[in-house]
Design a binder for this molecule. Structure first.
Ligand SMILES: CC(C)(COP(=O)(O)OP(=O)(O)OC[C@H]1O[C@@H](n2cnc3c(N)ncnc32)[C@H](O)[C@@H]1OP(=O)(O)O)[C@@H](O)C(=O)NCCC(=O)NCCS
Length: 188
């Protein structure tokens, strides 16, 4: 119900505050895998903090300034995607994504992010979709490449996490490039 298919048994679905307990359990299981890259994986430590995180995205969705979605495989929550930034006024947005270790290697995030880009570009008329990633995060950089994005530059020492300053590469695809590519490039 209310979902976008991502292939056999897989779907992209709403993820809402009432599902906080499930997100907290998922984050506990996947924390070691997620926390090197995702600041929120440090903050979501129990059902209450998961509910707060989901409520912030529910509020952003109501304000049309962000959105969170879950990725399910055979019904189980195995990952998610966010519009961390979404501005219809500026015509741009930023997507983020994650998977549990065992759900990797099937193209789930490439397809989920592709569905989000398609929606942002075609349904919402946005001109630009960004993907911000640590230079050390090779699997995530590979997703940006598969989506046909361009590495535009690197923001140096842009945020602190676990006592260390981190760089972020800015990858992006413009609406006309997305339309020309017409779909993710699965194996580039
Ligand atoms: C980043 C992350 C989401 C990438 O996961 P992933 O499974 O590699 O990405 P995809 O879902 O796009 O799948 C691509 C993989 O599936 C394979 N694949 C299989 N069928 C595919 C298909 N139809 N289309 C695309 N890829 C497919 C690809 O070959 C690739 O595997 P490979 O790296 O072994 O070559 C994951 O590593 C993760 O959650 N990391 C921790 C959190 C994180 O870093 N998030 C991003 C922060 S910027």
């Amino acid at each position: 119900m209310l979902s976008t298919p991502l292939g056999p048994g897989a779907e992209l679905c709403p993820l809402e505050p009432w599902q906080a307990e499930e997100l907290a359990a998922f984050t506990d299981r996947a924390r070691d895998h997620l926390s090197p890259w995702l600041p929120w994986a440090h903050d979501v430590t129990d059902t209450e903090s998961a509910r707060g995180f989901l409520q912030r995205y529910a509020d952003r969705q109501a304000a049309d300034s962000g959105r969170i979605l879950g990725i399910r495989l055979d019904g189980a929550l195995v990952g998610g995607t966010i519009f961390r930034v979404f501005s219809a006024a500026q015509g741009s947005c930023e997507i983020g994504a994650w998977l549990s270790p065992e759900a990797q290697g099937r193209g789930l995030v490439t397809r989920a992010a592709g569905a989000m880009i398609e929606w942002a570009v075609e349904a919402r008329g946005l001109a630009r979709v960004e993907w911000l990633v640590s230079p050390a995060n090779a699997p995530s950089i590979a997703v940006a490449r598969r989506l046909g994005m361009t590495h535009e530059g690197t923001l140096r020492s842009v945020f602190g996490m676990s006592g260390t300053r981190h760089d972020l590469e800015v990858w992006a695809v413009l609406a006309e490039e997305w339309r020309k590519g017409n779909a993710p490039h699965p194996h580039e």
